[in-house]
Design a binder for this molecule. Structure first.
Ligand code: SF4
Length: 271
């Protein structure tokens, strides 16, 4: 288990390790990629995105724009690389894992296999046995706990060769700085922030009712796709929202989106 963390100034001196910036499509990890490329132009950062195949169109478009800002490609990795399964039209990495490994059992806050299978394991597979620094965009003004248990620091992996670094914490970078970094490059915030509070899959179960309704308005085809998963398999029925189907949700009165704390939700998908 990796208990070791490094301060930014020490990691920056290590010319032998890999320097990996995992991206979620959210504001903090994106701002971190920009910050690191500006502050440490000599370091060979690898920008990596674990693609579930179920991200919002706005997220893919945002990465394209980010690549222009960074002058470097964002490497897309998926669970299919890990499973040795080839890409097939109409079958996302999420579909493969859902139906071939979880018998159609949808992930939920209590059974969050999606983060482990679609984000963490592909990331570890991509790094292999190499020594790597994993740069995490937790800001100095927040106090998120990690994926693995309350109170633990946020990290994408507990593998001992993957060493987490928190440049924003080390350098006192707060939400105002993040906003400035994004604005100064012309990138701004991802467009989905107009109707949704966080990055992640279009069907993420952390969405509020108002966000599901926003999905229905902005991307009706994705809303219908999300409904399709609710039919489940083998006569068993699973829903994305506890106790309600998406048919119910679309018939509910329109709800506003409450601004949630950055410290809620999935720290890996929503950074
Ligand atoms: S965004 Fe939500 S549904 Fe997608 S992998 Fe993360 S926790 Fe799971």
């Amino acid at each position: 288990m990796s208990a070791v963390t490094k301060r930014m100034e020490d990691a920056a001196l290590d010319g032998k390790a890999r320097h990996i910036v995992p991206l979620s499509g959210g504001k903090d990890s994106t701002a971190l990629a920009i910050y690191l490329s500006q502050q440490y132009p000599h370091l060979p950062f690898e920008y990596v995105f674990s693609d579930t195949g179920a991200e919002l169109p706005e997220t893919y478009e945002y990465f394209e724009r980010l690549e222009h800002v960074l002058g470097k490609k964002v490497t897309r990795i998926t669970a299919l690389d890990l499973l040795g399964v080839s890409e097939k039209h109409g079958r996302s990495p999420f579909d493969v894992v859902l139906y071939e490994h979880f018998s159609g059992f949808l992930p939920s806050p209590r059974s969050r296999w999606c983060t482990r299978m679609l984000k963490i394991h592909p990331f570890e597979n991509h790094i292999g046995g190499d020594k790597a620094y994993s740069y995490i965009g937790i800001r100095a003004d927040e106090n998120r706990s990690g994926y693995i248990g309350k109170g633990k620091q946020v990290m994408l992996s507990e593998e001992p060769n993957i060493i987490p670094v928190y440049p924003f914490k080390d350098d006192g970078i707060t939400i105002g700085d993040v906003q400035r970094l994004l604005d100064d490059t012309g990138l701004g915030l991802p467009e989905y922030y107009q109707w949704r509070s966080r990055s992640g899959c279009y069907f993420c179960f952390y969405q509020q009712i108002g966000e599901w309704q926003g999905l229905k308005e902005r991307h009706p085809e994705l809303y219908e796709k999300a409904k399709g998963y609710e039919q489940g398999k083998n006569g068993r029925r699973y829903t994305w929202v506890d106790g309600r189907s998406l048919n119910d949700v679309e018939n509910m009165p329109r709800r506003d989106i409450k601004q949630k704390s950055d410290e809620d939700g999935c720290v890996i998908c929503h950074l």
